[in-house]
Design a protein around this ligand. Structure first.
Ligand SMILES: Nc1ncnc2c1ncn2[C@@H]1O[C@H](COP(=O)(O)OP(=O)(O)OP(=O)(O)O)[C@@H](O)[C@H]1O
Ligand SMILES: [Mg+2]
Length: 300
């Protein structure tokens, strides 16, 4: 019987790592991983639902809105990976299929750069000197041929970095694109993205907003802490979901998911380094974590 039988605070798939040396465990702690939580699962289900929606002239669209660093991109990236493209060789007509295309709205956006971003995502070479109409034609033709059934536009708030004229043109373009391809559009961005969509009467009716708000101390938050604790190979239980520790992490992170995860990962690394083997308020303190709002004030 090995030591690993004892680590009941860990997820069964993590237990076997608890006996590894510090270096390997720290590498594991720092490795990107998907942590599921109810709200993310609900968004993924809504996206799944959209993807299977029958084609029609007016497709419903979705707008994932939330503060920065709060897990929006992770969700759509997770979704895209769940619907990978299939290589050309596998298909009868020799055309690669790409059901979900994900792009970022360029900052300083114009139609040319936007279509450039789509062509990049499709792996289509183009020259920056190509006319907008040519890029647009190619983008639409290739998405049709690739059987694209959803277009995800991250950083949609970047629309607002253009002039009033450019904003109008881009919003018109989104409306046109959805109609032309008859596929749902998924916008992702901060509250500013919602503001941009709301400036267009026709678009606002077609985008169902999905908020991804800051976290507060509730059951879902406590569950997230327990999930995280179970996948970090520390040898002792930290009881992250206990009231005092949960409150400490929430206040340091100011309710931002990415911050919560960063705090816990830093503390877990420190817990391995120092041999403490569990995260405590003290360990978190010792990592010298700076709150996001303070960080913005730090002079450089
Ligand atoms: N489900 C998750 N599982 C694990 N880590 C996550 C998850 N969601 C978010 N994170 C962590 O939070 C960080 C920020 O997430 P993400 O990049 O998705 O935020 P965002 O809302 O897109 O922010 P921005 O508006 O600035 O683009 C990620 O780099 C990752 O470390
Ligand atoms: Mg993002």
């Amino acid at each position: 019987m090995g030591m690993s039988d004892e680590h009941l605070h860990l997820h069964p798939s993590t237990r076997r790592f608890a006996d590894e040396d510090a270096q390997s465990r720290i590498r594991r702690i720092r490795t990107d991983r998907w942590i599921g939580y109810a709200r993310a699962e609900a968004v993924l289900a809504a996206l799944e639902d959209l993807l299977s929606f029958p084609r029609r002239t007016r497709m419903p669209n979705l707008l994932l809105v939330g503060p920065t660093n709060n897990g929006k991109t992770m969700i759509v990236e997770m979704f895209r990976r769940a619907h990978p493209g299939t290589a050309a060789e596998g298909n009868d007509d020799g055309m690669a299929l790409l059901p979900v295309v994900k792009v970022q709205m360029p900052s300083g956006p114009d139609e040319g750069r936007f279509f450039g971003a789509i062509l990049d995502a499709l792996g289509m070479p183009f020259s920056p000197r190509d006319r907008i109409a040519a890029k647009q034609d190619t983008a639409v033709r290739v998405m049709r041929a690739a059987g694209t059934r959803m277009l995800v536009i991250d950083e949609l708030h970047n629309v607002l970095s253009g002039s009033a004229m450019q904003q109008r043109r881009l919003l018109n373009l989104l409306r046109w694109l959805g109609n032309e391809l008859q596929i749902p559009l998924v916008g992702v961005g901060t509250a500013e993205a919602l503001r941009a969509i709301r400036s267009d009467d026709q678009l606002v009716n077609r985008f169902q907003p999905y908020p991804l708000p800051l976290w507060s101390d509730d059951e879902e938050y406590r569950r997230l802490l327990s999930t995280l604790e179970a996948v970090l190979p520390l040898r002792k239980p930290s009881h992250l979901a206990d009231t005092a520790l949960a409150a400490r992490i929430l206040s340091a992170s100011e309710g931002v998911l990415g911050e919560m995860i960063a705090i816990i990962i830093r503390a877990a690394v420190r817990a391995v380094d120092t041999g403490a083997e569990a995260i405590s308020a003290r360990v978190i303190e010792d990592t010298g974590f700076i709150r996001p709002s303070e960080r913005r004030r730090v002079a450089v």
